[in-house]
Each structure stands twice: as C-alpha cells, then as structure tokens.
Design a protein around this ligand. Sequence first.
Ligand SMILES: Cc1cc2nc3c(=O)[nH]c(=O)nc-3n(C[C@H](O)[C@H](O)[C@H](O)COP(=O)(O)OP(=O)(O)OC[C@H]3O[C@@H](n4cnc5c(N)ncnc54)[C@H](O)[C@@H]3O)c2cc1C
Length: 501
Amino acid sequence: MIPPPRIVIAGGGSAGWMTACLMAKRWGHLGAEVTLVEAPDIATIGVGEGSTPSLKRLFEILGIAEADWMPACDATYKASIRFVGWSPASEVADYSHPFTTQIDVHTEDAFVNNCRNRRLGYDVPTRPDAFLLNGVLAAEGKAPLAPANFPFRMEYGYHFDSAKLGLFLRAHAIARGVTHLSRRIVRCELAESGDIAALVTDRGEPIAGDWFIDCSGFSALLMRGTLGVPFHSFSDNLFNDAAVVLPTPPGEAIPVETVSTALSSGWAWSIPLTTRFGNGYVYSRDHLGPEQAEAELRRHLGVAADGAEARHLTFTPGQLARHWERNCLAVGLAHGFVEPLEATALHLVLNTVDLFVDHLERGGFTARHRDAFNAVITGRVERVRDYIVAHYKLNTRDDSDYWRANRVNTHLSAPLLEILDVWFRRGDLAARLGAMEGLSHFQSLSWHCLLAGYGAFPPLGAEQRDDVDFHRDRDVARFLGGCAMNFPSHADALGLGAMAC
Ligand SMILES: Cc1cc2nc3c(=O)[nH]c(=O)nc-3n(C[C@H](O)[C@H](O)[C@H](O)COP(=O)(O)OP(=O)(O)OC[C@H]3O[C@@H](n4cnc5c(N)ncnc54)[C@H](O)[C@@H]3O)c2cc1C
C-alpha cells in the first residue's frame, strides 16, 4: 500500500501530536511527509489529564518506555475511576469502575451472577471493586504493575499533565521527521473537485497536501469551517456544557484512581499527578452560573484551593455528522466531544487514527470505505455517549433540579433503552450486549459495574426464586487479596517511596 505522500495536520494539541506520532510511525518509512501547523497564539484546551488503557497502547506502538515519558509528564498510574455521591438513595456512597484486566476472567462470573441474583431480590454483594483486581489495588493504593511472577497481563490507564504530554509527543514526532510549523491558518484553498488543496497561513504561504487532518479543537476549522460538515449536538441527552478548573497541591499519598464526586449541578474530578491534583467541576449552565460553580468547587476542595487561579471553559457535547469528508479527517475535539466523565476523548483519538490508517492501507480511498469508516466512528462515539447518559439517568439524588431533570430525561437512544430494559427485566445482559451491533469501549463488565454501582436493583426480597446459585464474594476477596499482595505501592512504583512515607 502507498500512503498519501503529504499529510498536513491542522492543530498541535494532544490530538494533533498523537496523530503526527502515529502517522510518522506507520507511514514515515514509506516516504510519507507529515507536517503539523499550529497557531502560536491559540492555546490548546489545557485539560484532559486522565486516560483509558489506550494511552498505554499508544506508547507501546511508539516504542516509548514508561520510564521515559511518565516522569516528563508528572504521570501516575490509574487503575480505576471512583464515583462518589451519585446514588445516595440506593445507599451506595461510592463505587469504582476499575479497568478490566486479564485475571478478572476468574471473578467476572461471580460478579455477574451476583448482579443477577441481586436483581432477583437476594441480598448478595455487588460492589464491583470487590470483584476486580484493579479495584482491590486502588483501594490498597498499589500500582497496577504486576510482579515478575504474575502470569496475567495488567491493563491500566494514566493521569498526566496534558501540556507536558503534548510537548513530549511533539519532541518525539519532530525527532521522527514531522515538520512543525508555528503559524495561524487563515483559510483553505480548494481544488476544483472540492477537496482541500492547501492551508493558507497568516504569512500568506500555502501549505499543500494530499490529506488533511483537522485537529484544530472545538473550532473544527477544516471540517465545519471549510467543508461545512454539520455538527450533531448531544445537548438533549447530556446537560453539562461548562467546566471550571482549579489545581491543588499534591497529597502525601498519590491515589491510583480518578475520583468523580457528584455536586449540585454536575460533578467534580480529582486527578492525582506527581506534582499537583488536577481538579475541575463539569456543570450545566442552565442550572448554575460560572461564579456559583467556582464557589462550589472551592468549597468542595477546601483550603487546598486557597489562592489557586480558576480557569473557565465551555463546550457543546456532540459530534460531526461525518468524521471523514473528502480528503479530510477530523480527530480530537474537532470531531466532537461527549463529556469528560470516563475520560474517553484520547481513547477515541487513538481509535479514529488506527481505524483510518487501516482503511487507507486496505486501499480504501473509495466512498464505500469512507462511509463504512464514518458509520463505525459515529457508532463508537454514540455508545460512549450512551454509557455516560446512563450515569445521569440512574442517579438517585434529590438535592437539585439538575439531578431530578437528568433522572426524568427521556432522550435515551434505542440501544440504551434496550440495555436498561434487559437489566430491569432481569435478563441476560452479557448475552444481549454481545449480540448488539458495533464495537463499544464499554462492554458487559463495565455495564454491570455501572448498574450495580448505582444500586439499580429491586428492593431486597421483592421476588426470590429458589433455583439460583449464589456466589458470595468471600472467596473472591480472598483470591484477589492474595493476588494483590506482591504488587508495589503506587509511591514505590513512581520512585517516590521515600517522599510518601
Ligand atoms: C473539561 C474537559 C475535561 C476533559 N478531560 C479529559 C480527560 O480526562 N481525558 C481525556 O481523554 N480527554 C479529556 N478531555 C478532552 C481533551 O482535553 C481533548 O480531547 C484533548 O486535549 C485533545 O484536544 P485537541 O488536541 O483536539 O484540541 P486542542 O487542545 O484545543 O488543540 C487545538 C489546536 O488547534 C490549533 N488551532 C486552532 N485554530 C487554529 C488556526 N486557525 N491555525 C492554526 N492552528 C489552530 C491550536 O493552536 C491548538 O494547537 C476533556 C475536555 C474538557 C473540555
């Protein structure tokens, strides 16, 4: 396969530099020229500091060791996300959604069976973190780094400084031959066919290319601005459209999890780095003003936030109608944004670039390949949206209009309605998810974590049957406790053992 000779990337945020690194890696040795243009006077978004395990995969593809990039980006390990205060009426103070790892195959059945038995009215444990190794490690403050004799592959994500990650990837890309131009793009030249022929910068110079990647952030300069691709908003499904961000100093211990705490009109994240905590409050402007949101976040963080400067930003949840249009691909915020809960944006960046490269390598410059690609990416974004919508739909808070409005929101997609229907009818959710079309980042185990985590069960003893097979978590806890024994503490894994003591 011959790659497009000249690839021009518009935008140098995390999405732009990830794309540049991946394309240089896949196509550099075949003679592809990769150029990235970024405006020196338009800042990157500067948030986005939690990942899924796909960031681990990115560094594996690029051949970059953790010891090389993690200290440079103040990065820590992420085994799980803990949700606090989302479902008080179900008496669930908090629950975790750990990243699934290979050894969970031994305990997944016990968890899924308990969820089924609990739906049948039996009083059995259903806390996801008690059944999944990363949940146990997060509770013990241990890094998800397997000891040498542990025969299973561990999955985990990271927390990192987004600006430093961008700089690190930039240096890597430039060292591998990517041309970096610090210029503002002011317009595009179109070919007679309607394809993009060149980006024109504020210096009047055209930057010609065969393929253009729009990584220009929310402005989607090429896709929306030049090619007029429509944007489909998710505002009916998801109410949050703003965030306020505040750093606080690092704690003595560095947790191995992101904490997402429900507040009056949204939720606050807490992301531990080696040098600070990244915090933010994602909220709905229909329910709360920016000043109130900042005041509430400061109250939530306490004295740790005194003197810290807040940053405010807004967004519209949704995605482009098409992610690949003519000779242009949208990646990152330019292609859309669901919302930060579950930290899936960079995961979708890697997904999009991977799939695009695969399509092109199969000779896919045709409309058929383009349409197939667009359908897959659109579906993946929608399935992420559905999972996040379920968080809001299932909340049991009653302290504000925001939470009540989320609970009665009827804008649910058909696949989400089907999932909830199977669950509440006490059906086999794993089988139904397996039979549903399209590949979702959130598979059966994740859905069980979410539904169990919200306590989405009938009252105890409501409908008991005699033929069920209980799987108590006692044996599971003993098994997982044994597995966790030899894992290093998080601080030791980061080389900070002495500091944390
Ligand atoms: C509140 C919030 C929290 C988030 N949390 C997470 C998270 O935990 N995990 C996660 O994976 N993601 C998260 N995200 C998403 C994440 O921030 C982005 O996906 C990621 O940073 C990639 O952004 P980007 O590169 O697409 O855009 P940006 O960072 O906005 O970069 C855009 C680039 O385009 C350039 N540009 C724009 N216009 C021009 C022009 N005219 N000429 C030249 N260059 C131009 C800019 O200079 C910049 O370099 C979050 C987003 C928000 C809003």
